[in-house]
Design a protein around this ligand. Structure first.
Ligand SMILES: Nc1ncnc2c1ncn2[C@@H]1O[C@H](COP(=O)(O)OP(=O)(O)O)[C@@H](O)[C@H]1O
Ligand SMILES: O=C(CO)[C@@H](O)[C@@H](O)COP(=O)(O)O
Length: 515
């Protein structure tokens, strides 16, 4: 393998764009983050501006490549991106936004997703998504736009995922990621076709013409970088752009080790929990609505990808600390230390993490957050700790559902913003009652993009080869038996609170929807 040149990795997260540089041997050279805004125009809605994504990518890339370590490593030879998924951009034919992008966490399309549950028998492709589409996905969101903003839908030249928008900005080509197509708009990778009959049944038969022109698997070629994009980014035109995918899902390529029994828990704004199943030829996985998937060929050919997760996890902690308590990120370590000193189980608080709905195992976009047990003596440290415990209970609900679905959970690898919050890490393993590894000082999505870029450029034989070479360093988190015993009760209370409050929350969301 040559040692000259840079692999450029782009992670379009919820809070901002993170761009990383790696040597062609997978050594990280540095990364730069540039934030952008999320707006919440109505309860349950969340939007971003695609132009801000691109400006953040440009700014971060130029800053990163000017740093001495990246600059000394040679020219950018290949690049790959991963983005939030189910983040839907509605664009004109030239790729200009016609409205703000509807962010993945936006639950406005819950009625459109509910309509898919009745279609399973006629459209067996829905079996791969657990029997229905979720409100977060592209298809229900496209239906929502068609129904609520028909003039915008009529003018749309493209309705695509954030990854496709970014690929277009880089290559000038509408090449869709097979990962997003399979997981977020019911593409059939075995027959290599869009389920046009399903789209028609939902009233958006024209959608197929607005989707990417071509669907290519992760690591395949998207095209060369255009002169215009190269100029904007400050790198040479013609570098190979490889097809990327979903920020959390691609992390399976950068956990190190074999994929059997591996579960990647990417806890950032959300928690996306993903695994791949290796099934014998002709074996179909069992259908369960408690997980998303298993999807065939979403990441690696001949494997089935399972996704579960929490729509809000780190965002709940950020909401509690920053929005409600006015604690800045710089001041956060003191709050976290204070909350770590609170005795688990002694504060009497129970909270729900479902601020923007529940992704899995309940598939319920009409749930909302809650805190019960407040007294006039409740401290902010107790409130913060209860929020962390709620987030950890949500993670346990997903891991338990994976076990019920037959997913081996032998090795849990935690990554994402949780890396910066020791309380969140420890409470997670205490609630789970399982050991987990945590990646520190490394971003698995960026590392995975480096694997994808290296694969696309032919620097490694395939994704598996790249994944085995570009492994991160991890350390083990061990649960405390005493705290786990307390948290078994906390978890039972979490589950019963969720079921008790669900009807109240549903009514409230329905009323707001009618207002
Ligand atoms: N410096 C930090 N200190 C504490 N928590 C952090 C820090 N940075 C990120 N986080 C947590 O991680 C979440 C963001 O996750 P991250 O993976 O960094 O970004 P994104 O979701 O945009 O990919 C925040 O909501 C917060 O809970
Ligand atoms: O929709 C998904 C995964 O399918 C989201 O959890 C994800 O893309 C958002 O990721 P972050 O929480 O920003 O890391």
């Amino acid at each position: 393998m040559s040692t000259d040149g840079v692999l450029l990795a782009i992670d379009l997260g919820t809070e901002g764009a993170r761009v990383g540089a790696f040597t062609v041997d997978g050594e990280p050279l540095g990364s730069v983050h540039r934030g952008y805004r999320t707006t919440y125009p109505r309860p349950g809605w969340a939007e971003q501006d695609p132009e801000e994504w691109w400006s953040a990518v440009v700014d971060a890339t130029r800053t990163l490549l000017a740093e001495p370590r990246s600059a000394a490593a040679g020219p950018v030879v290949a690049l790959a991106c991963a983005t939030t998924a189910s983040t839907v951009a509605v664009l004109d034919a030239d790729g200009r936004p016609l409205r703000p992008a509807i962010l993945w966490m936006d639950s406005r399309a819950w009625a459109q997703s509910a309509a898919t549950t009745a279609l399973l028998d006629e459209h067996p492709v829905l079996a791969w998504s657990g029997g229905s589409d979720a409100a977060e996905w592209l298809l229900p969101k496209a239906v929502w736009v068609a129904e609520h903003e028909p003039d915008v839908f009529a003018r749309a030249g493209r309705v695509v995922e954030a990854i496709d928008y970014l690929t277009f900005r880089l290559t000038g080509r509408w090449v869709g990621s097979q990962m997003n197509a399979v997981c977020k708009y019911n593409y059939d990778p075995l027959a290599r076709r869009f389920p046009v009959e399903l789209y028609a049944a939902l009233g958006v038969e024209g959608l197929v013409d607005l989707l990417p022109d071509e669907i290519v698997e992760v690591g395949g070629p998207a095209g060369p970088l255009t002169a215009q994009a190269a100029d904007a980014l400050g790198i040479a035109a013609g570098a190979a752009v490889a097809v990327g995918g979903i920020d959390a899902h691609v992390s399976l390529l950068s956990c190190g080790g074999a994929s059997a029994g591996l579960v990647s828990v990417v806890s950032g704004t959300s928690s996306a929990i993903v695994a791949e199943l290796e099934l014998g030829p002709g074996t179909q996985p069992a259908l369960t609505p408690e997980v998303w998937g298993p999807y065939p060929h979403a990441l690696r050919t001949d494997r089935w990808l399972v996704e579960g997760g929490q729509v809000s996890s780190g965002s709940v902690l950020t909401w509690a600390a920053e929005s409600i308590m006015g604690v800045t990120r710089a001041e956060l370590p003191a709050l976290v230390r204070g909350a770590a000193a609170v005795e688990p189980g002694a504060h009497g608080l129970r909270a729900l993490d479902t601020f923007m709905g529940n992704r899995t195992p309940h598939r319920d976009p009409r749930l909302r957050g809650a805190v019960v047990g407040l007294t006039l003596g409740t401290t902010r440290e107790e409130l913060y700790r209860a929020s962390v415990e709620a987030v950890a209970c949500g993670t346990r609900a997903v891991v338990d559902s994976f076990v019920r679905a037959g997913v081996m959970c032998d090795r849990l690898v935690l990554s994402g913003g949780i890396e910066h919050n020791p309380l969140w890490q420890q409470v997670t393993v205490d609630v789970l009652g399982r050991e987990a590894e945590i990646v520190s000082g490394d971003n698995l999505t960026l590392r995975a993009c480096a694997v994808i870029a290296a694969t696309g450029a032919g620097l490694v034989a395939n994704l598996d080869d790249g994944a085995s070479r570009f492994a991160p360093r991890t350390r083990t988190l061990t649960p405390d038996a005493g705290r786990h015993a307390v948290y078994r009760e906390t978890y039972d209370d979490y589950v019963s609170l969720l079921h008790t409050l669900a009807p109240v929350m549903h009514d409230s969301v329905d009323r707001l929807g009618r207002a």
